[in-house]
Design a protein around this ligand. Structure first.
Ligand code: NIG
Ligand code: FE
Length: 417
């Protein structure tokens, strides 16, 4: 089945197939073609180029054609950090923060992650599946084509497995490309209060082997932070996961400098995420590693945290990625375009850098770099089409407006606004 997008105003995010995420000058360039065509065949990108060259293509007689005149066409967003499976909401904590409490203070009195854990444990697998599917459908309409989803609100063998099985079902039923991450080390549950090491041992000795044998997780993550887990725990857990063939990720330096970046790099983590308190030394360490720094502007904005030194990271040629952190506590939104606007305004990223960080680098941050995140022949036909706009920079400029008019996932048209 062929699908042809023709007369495209701007086709952007055209990158050659690369083995690694973009950094430095390559990250700041968004190669594009004006008045372009994009030919999709089954679920793959088959060809693209300027309209004048369309006649070189052999087109089937039953081809479906879409005119994208004046519109911008991009690879779908790759959201490499979310906690989309959750129960209930936490707007009371939002109000408490407005009134002056900090995220840490709310967590200390039983709010935060433990609040969501209580709600998740009480929810059935079916309820979790349905609500998460609703959120996935929302982010599809906002242009996301691939998403990483973490567990971490179960915090017990039974409830972590429940979350991971929900993610497995989502993988099978959603048109999105999905990666699953085990985040049992998200907080210390009440049953283990004061016994962090026992909880960590349970995760390593009991839960991880089940997860590995049932292939329930692509990655293993940990919250490396004061009052949660430290750098030593991070290395211990990620080493155990790695032995089972599961690569690491780290929630690092979000609320304080806790050594998560160094520990993650030493454990060969695919990414270290958040990074509000990243140091110059960490930037040097990242420069000499293949670990991807993921910035989560929505969570930083929503918790009113200090700005990460994004410009410094980009100038050091780090392969920065951007993701939403969609979760009920620190980022109740999965809107990638809004995160791009934040990255441009707050972090002084250019629209080109932000778009690359949210597509190709996000794809690499979840192991999808060779199949997702750019307009490249042979890659997955996951595409977003905007309404008529002047060009890609208009997307972060026109903040909080949904400009996505049509979405194609796996070569199939999903919706029209
Ligand atoms: O990525 N930082 C830790 N975990 C989440 C927040 C989870 C929550 O508050 O429920 C985050 O921001
Ligand atoms: Fe997170």
């Amino acid at each position: 089945m062929q699908l042809l997008l023709e007369h495209i105003g701007t086709l952007a995010g055209i990158h050659p197939s690369t083995a690694a995420p973009l950094r430095g000058e390559a990250l700041s360039a968004l190669p594009s073609i004006n008045n372009a065509f994009l030919l999709l065949e089954d679920d793959k990108i088959a060809a693209f180029g300027p309209m004048e060259e369309l006649d070189k293509q052999s087109l089937n007689t039953n081809i479906k054609r879409i005119s994208a005149a004046g519109k911008t066409v991009l690879p779908s967003w790759c959201d490499s950090h979310t906690h989309i499976v959750f129960a209930g909401s936490r707007e009371q904590e939002f109000v408490d923060r407005i009134r002056g409490l900090s995220y840490e203070e709310i967590a200390k009195r039983g709010g935060g992650i433990l609040n969501s854990a209580e709600k998740l444990r009480a929810a059935s697998e079916e309820e979790l599946f349905e609500s998460a599917m609703g959120r996935l459908n929302d982010i599809i309409l906002q242009g996301t084509g691939a998403v990483e989803i973490k567990s971490g609100y179960g915090l017990s063998i039974e409830s972590e497995l429940k979350m991971l099985r929900v993610i497995k079902r989502l993988k099978a039923s959603s048109p999105l490309s999905i990666k699953a991450t085990f985040l049992g080390a998200h907080a210390i549950p009440n049953e283990y209060k004061g016994r962090k090491n026992d909880y960590l041992r349970m995760l390593i000795d009991e839960l991880l082997p089940i997860i590995a044998s049932e292939q329930l997780a692509d990655y293993c993550d940990i919250f490396c932070e004061n009052n949660y887990f430290d750098a030593k725990d991070t290395k211990t857990l990620l080493a155990a996961a790695s032995k089972l063939g599961i690569q690491g990720k780290v929630h690092a330096e979000q609320l304080s400098h806790s050594g998560g970046i160094r520990a993650g790099i030493e454990a060969g983590a695919v990414s270290v995420d958040h990074l509000e308190y990243i140091s110059d030394e960490d930037i040097e360490l990242l420069k000499n590693s293949s670990t991807i720094p993921i910035l989560l502007p929505g969570a930083q904005f929503f918790l009113n945290l200090p700005l990460p030194p994004a410009r410094k990271m980009l100038n050091a040629a780090l392969p920065v990625a951007i993701a939403t952190d969609f979760n009920p506590g620190s980022a109740p939104s999965g809107n990638m375009a809004f995160n791009l606007s934040l990255a441009c305004v707050l972090y002084k990223m250019t629209p080109e850098e932000a778009i690359n960080a949210a597509t190709i680098n996000g794809a690499f941050a979840m192991g999808l770099g060779s199949s997702h995140g750019s307009i490249t022949v042979g890659k997955k036909a996951n595409i977003l089409i905007t309404r008529p706009i002047p060009g890609p920079a208009f997307i972060p400029y026109s903040f909080a407006n949904n400009l996505v008019e049509q979405v194609i996932l796996n070569g199939k048209i999903i919706n029209t606004l």
